[in-house]
Design a protein around this ligand. Structure first.
Ligand code: ZN
Length: 288
């Protein structure tokens, strides 16, 4: 089953909690091909890209942007996800070939990411200053790390579930569920939500069998739930526009010097692995 990646948002218990259910399976399969990801790297980047989808859906304007950076000092290296308020996201990690022994019969995401570092989110909300927040990593498993970030930087009680099911045929399911409690939520709401969440401990297996609409309907349909939106998420890189500017930013002198040494300048975009080659003609145009 090929499913369009999407994010489904709702409020439940009248208006005591916001829920987002996210399916990034299709995007993760594209990322596997784009970056030639190992299964472990797929599990790591899949979790991070699902967070990216959530962060982009929280941006108020289509031209607002974010960067999510996770660096825990583990063998997968730095993980970068970026996107905009148009639900266009992209991502890569430093070591796409990372491989570790299984831990408790599961891909060792926490071991790959490490926990000696931070999860940081930088947002460009069209203001003079960028909005930056970060939290120390707790486990490197990403979900609990983001939950900690939300609590520390926004003071919001929340639950974050992220899961990626991957085998030799690719990603079978990738997505997550994020709940943020709203003012007025009490112990009762927390109790019921914790109960529901405990039934979803293997979210990726659930997502393999059901669509996010079905999951939301099954678990939350009977709790005064209102659907807010159901939007497609796209994997999209904007390097077409950026690479020429990066070269211009280096300055004509340095670029011409590079050209003298190599006849051609090759630039590769980390986010989409696309390669650009600039010969003398193109460089002349760039600086004309
Ligand atoms: Zn690119």
């Amino acid at each position: 089953m090929v499913r369009q990646s999407q994010i489904y948002r709702a409020i439940t218990f009248k208006d005591k909690a916001r829920i987002a259910a996210i399916d990034t399976t299709d995007i993760v399969n594209q990322l596997i091909k784009m970056h030639d990801l190992s299964p472990l790297a797929t599990a790591v980047l899949g979790r991070a890209i699902t967070l990216g989808a959530y962060i982009s859906s929280n941006l108020k304007n289509s031209n607002h942007k974010f960067n999510l950076i996770i660096n825990g000092g583990g063998p997968v290296g730095q993980i970068c996800v970026a996107g905009n308020g148009n639900l266009e996201i992209k991502g890569y990690l430093e070591n796409p070939k990372v491989s570790l022994p299984f831990k408790d019969d599961k891909l060792d995401v926490g071991g790959a990411v490490g926990k000696n570092g931070y999860i940081s989110i930088i947002q460009d909300l069209g203001l003079k200053e960028l909005y930056t927040g970060s939290a120390k990593l707790v486990s490197g498993e990403i979900a609990i790390d983001y939950a900690t970030y939300l609590l520390q930087s926004n003071g919001v009680k929340n639950a974050v579930i992220l899961g990626v099911l991957v085998d030799k045929n690719g990603c079978q399911a990738s997505g997550g569920l994020i709940i943020e409690l709203m003012p007025g939520a009490d112990e009762n709401h927390i109790f019921v939500l914790e109960d529901i969440i405990s039934l979803m401990s293997n979210f990726s297996s659930l997502l393999k069998e059901k669509t996010i609409e079905e999951i939301m309907d099954f678990y939350f349909g009977h709790f005064e739930t209102t659907v807010l939106s159901n939007d497609k998420i796209k994997l999209k890189c904007d390097c077409n526009n950026k690479i020429p500017n990066i070269l211009r930013g280096l300055g004509e002198y340095s670029v011409r010097k590079m050209l003298q040494e190599d006849k051609e300048i090759e630039v590769k975009c980390d986010y989409c692995s696309k390669k650009y080659t600039f010969n003398e003609d193109l460089i002349n145009k760039l600086f004309s």
